[in-house]
Design a protein around this ligand. Structure first.
Ligand code: GYE
Length: 307
């Protein structure tokens, strides 16, 4: 169905178009690349960007969206920290006739008339890609394989679906066990702290780390090195994002796989906004295409990596 008609037809807009954008925070390298991409693309498209950073807080995001509604910006875009809790403020935006676009993270709400479109990755497929690679690498291994998981921010769509996709493929193989799974909030610091706890508690039992992003994996690598073990050899490490730092760790043999998640969503977002104000039809969901990086292709790709 065409959501533009459900929401409302494009109204008069300011010149240049005004976009209020609410970012998650500054938790990861992925996020830094995402923020730069949005700022750069706004300039390239001649869109006036009002950018607010919510420091990983849903409450801050709600406040920021409310202030954008008061300022009567033309469009609001945001990446929801968590999947729920935004219903009221989204209804307020709708009543004010201001369209909302979701970028990167999604909402778990039934009423999808509260946003125009959502632009981002298929997180569940990313989780499946991580599991598929692990299954392939450990094919024929009969003994038990113990995995510890470093989850992203609790209740965020990437954490929920990267976990789901990973479990989905492992559950048919009885020798794979996720022996521990905790949030490390997508940060390097927390990744290191939680990994330290895991090593203390489970020690030599741990064969695989599955981290929902590179920053947590890089923190875990440090914790593993501090414990006297070899990350990438004694313990297999899998993560998501494929930032330059992660490709570097792959080349150094400390990381084994990173599933790509593309942060460069700026151009896609600005194009959707431009199309919208011109009254063109825009898709309900825009999914970015991505692959995986293992140690074999990391060296080559590191040189060309933009983030
Ligand atoms: O993977 C992580 C960031 O929402 C896809 O958030 C994004 C995730 C990304 O903090 O590094």
């Amino acid at each position: 169905h065409n959501k533009q008609n459900i929401l409302h037809a494009p109204k008069q807009h300011k010149h240049p178009i005004e976009l209020g954008f609410v970012q998650v925070g500054t938790e990861s390298s992925w996020r830094a690349a995402n923020s730069s991409s949005i700022k750069k693309a706004a300039q390239d498209f001649g869109i006036e960007l009002k950018f607010k950073n919510a420091n990983q807080s849903m409450e801050n995001q709600i406040k920021a969206i409310r202030s954008f509604i008061r300022e009567r910006v033309d469009v609001i875009a945001f990446s929801p920290v968590v999947q729920t809790g935004y219903e009221d403020v989204l209804r307020e935006a709708k009543m004010a006739g201001i369209p909302v676009i979701l970028t990167d993270r999604e909402l778990g709400l039934k009423d999808d008339s509260l946003w125009l479109t959502s632009i981002g990755s298929d997180f569940q497929e990313e989780g499946r890609r991580a599991a598929r690679w692990l299954l392939e690498q450990t094919k024929g291994v009969k003994k038990e394989i113990n995995i510890v998981e470093l989850q992203g921010t609790s209740g965020s769509s990437p954490a929920v679906y990267r976990k789901k996709g990973f479990e989905e493929l492992l559950k048919n193989n009885s020798n794979y066990h996720i022996i521990a799974s905790k949030s490390a909030d997508f940060t390097k610091e927390a990744g290191r702290r939680v990994m330290k706890e895991y090593l203390k508690k489970y020690g030599d039992k741990i064969q695989v780390v599955y981290a929902h992003n590179d920053d947590m994996a890089l923190g875990a690598i440090e914790a593993i090195e501090e414990s006297g073990k070899n990350p990438g050899k004694d313990i297999l490490i899998i993560s998501v994002d494929a930032t330059r730092e992660a490709l570097n760790a792959l080349s150094a043999g400390k990381l084994n796989l990173t599933v790509e998640c593309n942060p460069l969503l700026g151009p896609e977002l600005m194009k959707a906004i431009t199309d919208y104000v011109e009254g063109k039809e825009i898709p309900v969901k825009i999914i970015t295409e991505e692959g995986i990086f293992s140690q074999e292709n990391a060296k080559r790709d590191y040189l060309n990596r933009a983030y």
